[in-house]
Write a protein that binds this ligand. Structure first.
Ligand SMILES: Cc1cc2nc3c(=O)[nH]c(=O)nc-3n(C[C@H](O)[C@H](O)[C@H](O)COP(=O)(O)O)c2cc1C
Length: 201
C-alpha cells in the first residue's frame, strides 16, 4: 500500500504563496508514490484546548468537534508536510490552536507512556516543514521552528527537512521564483521517496 502523507496548510489563503509551495511539495510526494491528503487548518471547525484534561485518562478529547476526525488520520499517517506562513513571529493562531489540541497525543505519549504510534512504526514516520515570512531577519523562523519541532515530537514524526523562505514582502508572488517552487517539489519528492522505499529496505 502507498504511504500516506498529510499536507497540513497553516495559511488561511488556500491559493496563496504558502499554498503554492505546499502544492508543489504534494506533487513531489505523489510522484514518489505516496497518497497525500491536504488539510487546510482554517477549513476545520474546532476550538482551542480548554484544559479540561479529559485526555489525561482517555484516548481522545472531550470537545466534540472536527478534531475527532483528525486524530485517527494523524495516528495512521506515514508522513507530514507542514506548510505555514509566519505570523507575529510564530505559528499562526489557528494552526497553533490545532497543534495544542494534540495534547491528546502528548498525554498518551508522555503521561501514560502508551504512545498511539507503535514503537516499530515510529522510525518510519517523517515530515518536512515549509515556512515563509514577510521579513528578512535572522530570527524570523525561530518561534515557528520551536513550536513545529515540539509538535513533531508529540506526534512521533521525525523532522526530516525544511524549506524556509524569508523576505516575501519583497518577493510578493512566489510564482516569480520557480527556483523556490522547484525546491518545494524536490523536498516533497525526497520525503515521499524515503517513505515509499525506506533506506536499507
Ligand atoms: C497577521 C499576520 C502577521 C504576520 N506576522 C509576520 C511576522 O511576524 N513576521 C514576518 O516576517 N512576517 C509576518 N507576516 C507576513 C507573512 O508571513 C507573509 O505575508 C506570508 O507571505 C503570508 O503567506 P500566505 O500569503 O501564503 O498566507 C504576517 C502576516 C499576517 C497576515
Amino acid at each position: 500500500m502507498a504511504p500516506t502523507i498529510i499536507g497540513l496548510l497553516g495559511s488561511p489563503l488556500h491559493e496563496g504563496n504558502t499554498a503554492q509551495l505546499m502544492a508543489r511539495a504534494v506533487q513531489g510526494a505523489r510522484d514518489a508514490g505516496c497518497t497525500v491528503e491536504l488539510i487546510p487548518v482554517t477549513s476545520l471547525d474546532f476550538q482551542g484546548c480548554q484544559e479540561m484534561f479529559f485526555c489525561r485518562d482517555h484516548e481522545t478529547c472531550i470537545l466534540d468537534d472536527d478534531m475527532q476526525q483528525v486524530y485517527p488520520k494523524f495516528k495512521g499517517m506515514d508522513g507530514l508536510i507542514l506548510a505555514t506562513p509566519v505570523m507575529t513571529m510564530g505559528i499562526p493562531g489557528t494552526l497553533k490552536a490545532f497543534m495544542d489540541r494534540f495534547q491528546v497525543f502528548f498525554m498518551a505519549k508522555y503521561h501514560r507512556h502508551e504512545s498511539f504510534i507503535p514503537r516499530d512504526r515510529k522510525p518510519a514516520r517523517a515530515g518536512i516543514f515549509i515556512s515563509i515570512s514577510g521579513m528578512d531577519i535572522p530570527e524570523v523562523f525561530v518561534g515557528a521552528k520551536l513550536t513545529t519541532r515540539a509538535f513533531f515530537d508529540i506526534i512521533d514524526c521525525r523532522y526530516q527537512d525544511e524549506l524556509l523562505v524569508n523576505g516575501m514582502d519583497g518577493i510578493l508572488d512566489i510564482t516569480t521564483r520557480p527556483d523556490l517552487l522547484d525546491a518545494a517539489y524536490r523536498k516533497g519528492f525526497a520525503l515521499g521517496q524515503s517513505l515509499a522505499a525506506p533506506a536499507g529496505k
